[in-house]
Design a protein around this ligand. Structure first.
Ligand code: PFF
Length: 451
C-alpha cells in the first residue's frame, strides 16, 4: 500500500471507515449490552452518546489524522507546538492492540460457527446449541488457534496493502450485510411472540436505568464507532482535502447505528420467541441465532441453511474490516515511527495480538486466568471500552478544543472554507470544548464513585 495515498472515492471513504466501525461491536456486543441493561433505555442513552459525543469525537479524530497525514503517535503531536500530546496516539495504539487481541477470539468463534453451519452441525434443541457453545468456547486449544488464525488472516491483508482491498471489499460487503440483516430481521420479527422482543428494544422502561448503564452505553458507542483508539485518526490520514469530515462522521454514525438497531431487531424478537432470556452476555448470538435459523425457516430448511451460512460469513467479513483497521494502527506506528520495514512492523503487531488472543481464549471457562474477578477476556473488554476509549476521546477533545490552533481546526472542518459546513463550526467547537469533555468526565467520575 502506498501509505499516504487517498481513498479512491467519496463512497469509498465512508464505506471503508464504516467497515471499521461496523463489526462484531454491532452484531455481537450491542445486543448483549442492551440485553443486560434493560433494552430500550440503553438504546436511548446509547443514541444520545452517539449524537452528542460520538459525532463530534469522530470529527476531532478526523481532524487530527487528516491534518497530520501521519501515524497515530506522530499525528497527535502535530496539532500544537507543546510537547507530550503524542501520548494520546500511543494510548490509542495500546488500546487497539488489546481490543484486537480479544476481538480476534470472538472472530475465531464466528469462523468456527461458519464451518459448523456449513456441515449442518448447529441443528438441535436449545440445550444442544447452548452446550455446543459452552464446550467449544471453553476448549483450551481450538478457539485459541482460531483466534490466532484470525490475527494471521488480518496480517496477510495488512502486509499486502489494504486500502484498495478494504475499499473494494467494503463497497461490496456492506450493502450485502445490510440486505442479509434485513432478511433475518423480517424472519425474526415474524416469529410468534416477536412483539415482546420488539417492545423490549423500543419501549423504554425507565425503572431499568442504572448507574453503570451510562458508562456501558458510552463505552459501547465509542467501541462501535471505533472512537478513542486513534483508528479514525489513522484512516483520516488517508483522506483527501475534499473529504467532508462532518458529513462523513454523520453518515458513518448513522450506518453504524442502523446496523446495531437491526442486530437488536434480529436477536430480541427471536430470543423472546424461543424463550431465551436476552441477558445471557457475550454468548447471546452464538446460542440464540442458531435456533432462530432453524425455527424461522423450518418450512424450508435449505433456505435456513443458506441464510445461516451467509450470516456467519458476513460476520467474519465485518469482523475482518474492523480487525484490519485495528492492525493498521500499530503497523503504521512501528513502520513509520520505529523505522521498521512494513512486514516486520506487521509481524510485531501480529505476535503481540496473538499472545493476547491466546490468553483471552484460555481465560474463557478457566477460573485461573482472571483479573479483578473476571476472566481476562472480559477484563480486556471492560478495561478498553469503559476506560481507555473514553480516556482517548476525552484527551482528543481537550487537545482539539483547547490546545490546537483554532484557525487550523476551522480550516480542516470547513475544508479550507470550501465545501465544509461553515455555519456549524461554532456548534462543533462548543461540543468539543465543553459537552464532550464534561460529559465523559462526569460519567467516569460517577463510575469511580466520586460523584
Ligand atoms: N468498531 C468495531 C466494531 O464495532 O466491531 C470495533 C473496533 C474497530 C474498535 C476498530 C476499535 C477500533 F479501533
Amino acid at each position: 500500500m502506498s501509505e499516504r495515498a487517498n481513498f479512491g472515492s467519496k463512497v469509498g471513504v465512508v464505506l471503508a471507515t464504516a467497515g471499521s466501525a461496523v463489526g462484531l461491536g454491532n452484531v455481537w456486543r450491542f445486543p448483549f449490552m442492551a440485553g443486560h441493561n434493560g433494552g430500550a433505555v440503553f438504546m436511548l442513552v446509547y443514541l444520545g452518546c452517539i449524537l452528542l459525543l460520538g459525532i463530534p469525537g469522530m470529527v476531532s479524530e478526523f481532524i487530527v489524522g487528516r491534518h497530520s497525514q501521519a501515524n497515530a503517535a506522530r499525528a497527535y503531536g502535530t496539532l500544537t507546538n507543546r510537547k507530550g500530546w503524542g501520548f494520546i496516539g500511543l494510548l490509542g495504539i495500546l488500546t487497539s492492540t488489546i481490543i484486537l487481541g480479544f476481538y480476534s477470539v470472538v472472530a475465531g468463534w464466528c469462523l468456527q460457527y461458519l464451518g459448523t453451519s456449513a456441515v449442518g452441525g448447529l441443528k438441535g434443541d436449545s440445550t444442544y446449541v447452548q452446550q455446543y457453545f459452552q464446550n467449544f468456547s471453553s476448549d483450551p486449544v481450538k478457539p485459541a488457534l482460531l483466534g490466532v488464525a484470525f490475527v494471521f488472516i488480518t496480517h496477510i491483508i495488512v502486509v499486502r496493502g489494504v486500502r484498495n482491498g478494504i475499499e473494494k471489499a467494503s463497497k461490496l460487503l456492506m450493502p450485502l450485510l445490510f440486505i442479509l440483516l434485513l432478511i433475518i430481521v423480517i424472519a425474526s420479527c415474524s416469529l410468534p411472540n416477536a412483539s415482546e422482543g420488539i417492545e423490549f428494544l423500543l419501549k423504554p422502561d425507565f425503572s431499568k436505568v442504572s448507574n453503570k448503564m451510562f458508562l456501558e452505553a458510552l463505552g459501547q458507542a465509542f467501541f462501535s464507532l471505533s472512537l478513542g483508539t486513534a483508528c479514525l485518526c489513522t484512516y483520516a490520514s488517508y483522506y483527501s482535502r475534499q473529504t467532508h469530515l462532518l458529513q462523513s462522521a454523520a453518515q458513518i454514525a448513522l450506518v453504524d447505528f442502523l446496523i446495531a438497531l437491526m442486530a437488536g431487531l434480529m436477536i430480541f424478537p427471536a430470543a423472546f420467541s424461543v424463550g431465551v432470556q436476552p441477558d445471557s452476555g457475550p454468548s447471546l448470538i452464538f446460542i440464540t441465532l442458531p435456533r432462530v435459523f432453524q425455527q424461522a425457516f423450518s418450512f424450508l430448511p435449505a433456505l435456513g441453511y443458506v441464510i445461516s451460512l451467509m450470516f456467519y460469513a458476513l460476520l467474519v467479513f465485518a469482523a475482518l474490516t474492523s480487525t484490519i483497521s485495528m492492525h493498521e494502527i500499530g503497523t503504521a506506528f512501528f513502520h513509520e515511527e520505529l523505522k521498521m520495514k512494513r512486514p516486520v512492523a506487521a509481524w510485531i503487531e501480529t505476535i503481540v495480538c496473538s499472545l493476547i488472543a491466546v490468553f483471552c481464549s484460555l481465560s474463557v471457562g478457566n477460573p485461573d486466568i482472571q483479573v479483578m474477578g473476571m476472566p481476562l477476556m472480559d477484563f480486556c473488554d471492560h478495561l478498553t471500552a469503559q476506560y481507555m476509549l473514553p480516556a482517548g476521546a476525552l484527551l482528543t477533545s481537550i487537545l482539539v478544543g483547547w490546545f490546537a490552533s483554532k484557525t487550523l481546526v476551522r480550516e480542516e472542518f470547513t475544508n479550507w472554507e470550501t465545501n465544509g459546513p461553515k455555519s456549524l463550526f461554532g456548534v462543533y467547537l462548543f461540543c468539543v470544548r465543553f459537552i464532550v469533555p464534561v460529559c465523559i468526565f462526569l460519567i467516569l467520575m460517577h463510575q469511580f464513585g466520586v460523584i
